[in-house]
Design a protein around this ligand. Structure first.
Ligand SMILES: [Zn+2]
Length: 361
């Protein structure tokens, strides 16, 4: 520790370089892969597994252990539940010549690391070799406030009123942001008493950049604001989260929003039905639903066309039926007419024959 490694520093800087909101995800992935690669490459060094000569069974065991540790890292980064949060913070100080990355997830908090003795060599290794600190242990620094709102929407420290049954506030105690600051203060300042504040010299320059996937909750927000205020001469704290936008990203987001509202030029009919619904509902935001009106209009047109086609087909079928009927009638009519002719024949031929005969006489 206590040196700024240029290689790590570059990676840490990259983790906070974003051109669009999706970059946070790829940065996180890069960090995950960085750690997994090291684990793969330096596993033997981390766990000293080559010190003893291993037989076949032991080698197999080691391999299984390695896979389990990899799985643990993946779980650390990816979480299991929707409510989980992941965060990292880069602590940098020129005056102290330090650059450390803290990573935390809200699923993994242990009051006592002894229960993960299988993992602690890895945590130590990343701390000493790569300045990456897994925040997996909770320290008893009660220095950070745990605030709630009073009736004037002002914050007050709720710590001494917390009930064990109050799951809402207890959940906030393991927020990734809080865990990171807990670990950070412990790592650099080692408070000896419960409420001891970090001693920061006037010449200290602390730069903390924190990225949290989820927007900070009220408790984390007020905790970080109070740190900012208390150490405003020494501490520069910047907090980013998934939906944070810089100026370029704002421009892009504004453009994307327009494309979302107007994926194509709406037809006059779509515009008209939107306007009439807008008057009905009295909300000016109805135009944001334009894609729905465009879609509806398209569907209506489609069903009209289909109906037309059906009618045409029906007409055609009727026409065909009619023609078929006529044909059938004709084929039946022909023998009838022959019969008729045969019937008529005697009435014409016999009198004519008789007439001719009598005339001769
Ligand atoms: Zn929180």
């Amino acid at each position: 520790m206590a040196y700024i490694s240029p290689v790590n520093d570059q990676l840490f800087m990259k983790l906070f370089t974003v051109r669009n909101p999706k970059d946070w995800d790829s940065n996180k992935k890069e960090l995950k892969n960085f750690i997994l690669d090291i684990l793969d490459r330096e596993y033997n060094q981390i766990f000293w597994s080559l010190v003893k000569s291993l037989d076949e069974n032991e080698i197999k065991e080691e391999e299984e252990k390695k896979e389990a540790i990899k799985k643990y890292i993946i779980g650390f980064f990816e979480g299991k539940k929707e409510t989980n949060n992941f965060a990292y913070a880069w602590y940098r100080s020129q005056s102290q010549n330090q650059s450390v990355l803290f990573i935390a997830t809200s699923i993994e908090m242990k009051d006592n690391l002894e229960s993960r003795y299988d993992l602690s060599p890895m945590f130590d290794y990343f701390d000493t070799h790569y300045d990456i600190k897994f925040c997996v242990q909770r320290y008893a620094t009660e220095f950070l406030p745990l605030n709630r709102l009073d009736e004037n929407l002002e914050f007050f420290n709720y710590r001494e009123f917390i009930s064990a049954k109050d799951s809402d506030i207890n959940m906030r105690r393991t927020c990734s942001e809080r865990v990171i600051f807990d670990n950070l203060i412990w790592h650099f300042y080692r408070p000896r008493q419960l409420y001891e504040k970090p001693v920061i010299r006037a010449t200290d320059d602390l730069e903390i950049k924190l990225y949290t996937e989820k927007e900070p909750c009220l408790q984390c927000y007020s905790m970080m604001i109070s740190l900012k205020n208390e150490y405003k001469n020494n501490l520069s704290l910047k907090v980013y989260y998934k939906y944070w936008l810089n100026e370029d990203m704002k421009l892009l987001a504004r453009f994307n929003r327009q494309v979302e509202i107007f994926p194509e030029v709406p037809s006059e009919k779509a515009l008209k039905s939107m306007a009439s619904r807008q008057r009905q509902r009295g909300t000016i935001y109805e135009y944001e639903r334009i894609p729905q009106y465009i879609e509806r209009e398209k569907k209506q047109q489609q069903s009209q066309q289909q109906q037309k086609l059906k009618q045409q087909q029906k007409k055609q079928r009727q026409q065909e039926e009619r023609e078929k009927n006529i044909e059938q009638q004709d084929s039946r009519a022909r023998p009838q007419s022959k019969m008729k002719l045969l019937n008529i024949l005697p009435t014409i031929i016999i009198p004519a024959f008789l007439l001719l005969r009598f005339r001769k006489k």
